[in-house]
Design a protein around this ligand. Structure first.
Ligand SMILES: [Zn+2]
Length: 182
């Protein structure tokens, strides 16, 4: 079952507009039921995987069903950021960074945050860039009982950047006041 979820997670991350943890949680409950039903007849891992593929379809095909054709995060142009994924820290809407138009990310960092517009939330959100297109970190972290909500709550949001932002805003408003109020 984990093998199926791993394959599904990798496929989901390559789709634009999905919320991987929601889809994984949904698939998990279907798979659990299928595994319980076949507990007595199938013991072999390979055989179980084949049975799940038989019943639900290839992970890649299932992932495609969860995809929303709408582009998830609005950024201009096409970019090149292989291996990176961008997602909303609030609702989880996700896309490969290259498809979202992210051009360059510092090679050393594992994750970064940008403030951007999330279509699903309809508001500005912290969007997180994470180099996890080829990792199955969500399946691992969610295990058998973590809900998508709890998973998202565990995503670290950079509080200090809010202070930085507040400082920038106050500098801009000071500038505006100095230039236009005389
Ligand atoms: Zn969102």
């Amino acid at each position: 079952m984990i093998r199926y979820l791993d394959a599904l997670e990798i496929s989901l991350k390559s789709k634009s507009g999905v919320v991987p943890e929601d889809a994984i949680s949904d698939a998990r409950s279907h798979l659990e039921r299928a595994c319980l039903d076949t507990e007595d007849t199938i013991q072999d891992d390979e055989e179980l995987y084949a049975h799940l593929v038989d019943q639900f379809g290839e992970p890649e095909v299932v992932a495609a069903q969860y995809r929303d054709e709408a582009s998830p995060i609005t950024m201009p142009g096409k970019g090149y950021a292989p291996g990176w994924r961008i997602y909303c820290t609030k609702c989880g809407r996700s896309a490969p960074a290259s498809e979202a138009g992210v051009i360059r990310i510092g090679a050393r960092s594992y994750h970064k945050y940008v403030l951007g517009w999330c279509r699903q939330c309809g508001w500005f959100r912290w969007l997180r860039l994470q180099r996890d297109l080829d990792d199955t970190n969500i399946t691992r972290k969610m295990g058998t009982d973590l809900t998508p909500e709890k998973y998202r709550a565990s995503i670290h949001i950079p509080v200090w950047s809010i202070f930085v932002l507040a400082t920038v805003f106050s500098l801009i408003s000071t500038w505006v006041i100095n230039h236009f109020w005389h």
